[in-house]
Design a protein around this ligand. Structure first.
Ligand code: PLP
Length: 443
């Protein structure tokens, strides 16, 4: 009997008919059939080659189908595919040690992804401090499980509220649209000092932690001024509050360092990571805690666990992925290509009327679109879209450039192995898209 392969349309239909798509009104979900992939490219069911300018969900840092990571996974599957979380395994210990080395922290608690990592970081901070409240920022995303979603500031939390009690929010270091109406050259870093006022009003002894994204990702790549983190660190120390650094998106090479906060010369008390930890090859997240916190749990119960905590195949994938970063000088490439990206983005900002601001660090970047450069009126409203943004996204898709757009922003976050030529090709397509937006605005 002849076995016939399903067509791409059948695959898409089955996905649409029997599975639910994230963050979508289901009848508007329009998935591409992703058939195969390699490096910075993937191919759809019609054999169109797409340039992946989003590293899927800003997680495939070493690109698609890296042979060293694939081989490590295959080897681990053959050797030992699973061990319960109370057992010791080689890949788990190796990974824990490596993570302590690169972060300067002490011990890891492994999860399956970023949401669970933040969930557990909050729990650990509460257990360790005996305090309850968590300060987070409005323009932030920390995950989609109940606690992490409530901890997020972004509108994705609205439908699940009231969610988890005890979250208090602060404003962001969003210099292009400073919530305090200041300019970065002359401000007094009100983005930090107002948090001290919040601490006083909430009661310093009630606050367990300040949870922030190392560099805010999906809310617009907000890069804080140089002294932001030193000031925030000092504030935490003054009140015995833990600093939890969510590096799920900004960590592991995306900015050219292991952690985005390493650019600022500070050390958090807890780091959460996922995405770039395995480059997405296997699900894995981690909560990495400082020595004093690790010490505390020597004599106190860690109230937490997951069946798949420390999954050997996930840990093996992470070990191989982290080795690729070093063996293939990936962070050096981020610096080189990041400099080229910044140069191109600056030129884009100058040449296109619809570009209000560009922000980049390493291969982590955003183009913020406006209707008018002077008034800075966004091209789409906060938490909304517009015909112009829709047109831009449709154009990029028609050119088989896969890039993330949201509200009035367009992200450029390719795999960290990208070459200058590949980066240039994608940016040329984006320029063409911006030309169309400019023409629409002018007409
Ligand atoms: N934290 C940040 C900064 C993120 O960007 C994300 C995902 O995009 C998460 C947490 C949640 O991670 P996950 O989707 O792996 O649960």
């Amino acid at each position: 009997e002849q076995i016939t392969e399903p067509t791409s349309q059948q695959i898409i239909d089955e996905n649409r008919d029997y599975t639910l798509f994230s963050w979508s009104v289901q009848n508007a979900a329009n998935p591409v059939h992703l058939k195969r992939a390699e490096g910075v490219y993937f191919w759809d069911g019609d054999d169109n080659r797409w340039l992946d300018f989003s590293s899927q969900l800003i997680n495939m840092n070493v690109g698609h189908q890296h042979p060293k990571v694939l081989n490590a996974i295959k080897k681990q599957v053959d050797e030992l595919c699973f061990a319960g979380p109370s057992f010791a395994t080689e890949p788990r210990g190796t990974l824990g040690k490596k993570l302590a080395e690169v972060t300067g922290l002490a011990k890891s608690f492994f999860t399956l992804g970023g949401s669970e990592a933040n969930e557990n970081a909050i729990k650990i901070a509460r257990l360790y401090t005996g305090r309850n409240k968590i300060i987070t920022r409005y323009r932030s995303y920390h995950g989609a499980t109940m606690g992490s979603m409530t901890a997020s500031g972004d509108p994705r939390r609205w439908p699940v509220e009231p969610g988890m009690p005890g979250v208090v929010r602060a404003f962001d270091p969003y210099c292009y649209r400073c919530p305090f109406g200041q300019k970065v050259e002359s401000c007094h870093r009100e983005c930090v000092s107002h948090i001290e006022e919040i601490i006083r009003m909430e009661g310093p002894d009630n606050i367990a932690a300040i949870l922030v994204e190392g560099i805010t990702g999906s809310n617009g790549l907000l890069i804080p001024p140089d002294d932001y983190y030193p000031k925030l660190r000092a504030l935490c120390d003054r009140y015995g509050i833990l600093l939890i650094d969510d590096e799920v998106m900004s960590g592991f090479g995306r900015t050219g360092m292991w952690l985005a906060t390493q650019h600022y010369g500070i050390k958090p008390d807890i780091v959460t990571a996922a995405k770039g930890l395995t480059s997405g090859y296997m699900p894995l997240g981690t909560v990495i805690v400082s020595a004093p916190i690790a010490e505390y749990f020597e004599t106190h119960m860690l109230y937490g666990g997951l069946t798949y905590s420390g999954h050997p195949v996930s840990c093996a994938a992470a070990n191989a992925n982290l080795a690729v970063y070093e063996e293939e000088s990936i962070f050096e490439n981020v610096e080189t290509q990041g400099a080229y990206l910044t140069h191109r983005l600056n030129s884009i900002e100058q040449r296109f009327a619809c570009v209000g601001d560009v922000r980049s660090i390493g291969l982590f970047s955003v183009i913020e679109l406006v209707k008018d450069k002077v008034t800075r009126e966004p091209l789409a409203p906060f938490n909304g879209t517009s015909p112009e943004m829709g047109k831009l996204a449709a154009y990029l898709k028609s050119q088989h450039l896969y890039a993330f757009t949201r509200f009035n922003m367009l992200w450029v976050c390719p795999p960290l192995i990208i070459t200058q030529e590949q980066l240039g090709n994608g940016l040329d397509i984006i320029e063409e898209g911006l030309r169309i937006v400019d023409a629409t605005l002018a007409s």
